[in-house]
Design a protein. Structure first.
Length: 114
């Protein structure tokens, strides 16, 4: 046939792309909200969260004006888990976890999604 190695490479690339898309879709399915903290401001990038919790997180963002981080709240075994990527000092990261952990998952997710 002469297309053996090229066909195999194409199949491997297609499988890799498919697995990557599946991974991204599954991560989005378990994500409640993605937020960005920067310069004392908080912005909702994707998803939604209860207004009371959002107000508390805005207070944390105002108290951390040097923060530059993305915060994801995901479902993990029926509980909310906080993932922080970027610069947020330990004290403010703990405050974020305390705010998220103060309510059950059902109440956290009680908001319009973006």
């Amino acid at each position: 046939m002469g297309n053996g190695p090229e066909l195999l490479i194409g199949v491997v690339i297609a499988l890799g792309a498919g697995l990557w898309l599946l991974y991204v879709a599954s991560r989005r399915a378990i994500t409640l909200v993605e937020l960005e903290m920067r310069g004392g401001e908080l912005e909702v990038l994707r998803g939604g969260i209860a207004p009371r919790v959002l107000a508390d997180l805005r207070d944390v963002a105002r108290a951390a004006p040097k923060a530059d981080a993305k915060v994801r709240v995901v479902r993990d075994r029926g509980l909310a888990k906080v993932e922080i990527d970027g610069h947020l000092d330990a004290a403010h990261a703990q405050r974020v976890r305390n705010v998220i952990g103060s309510l059950p998952l059902a109440k956290l997710a009680n908001a319009r999604r973006r």
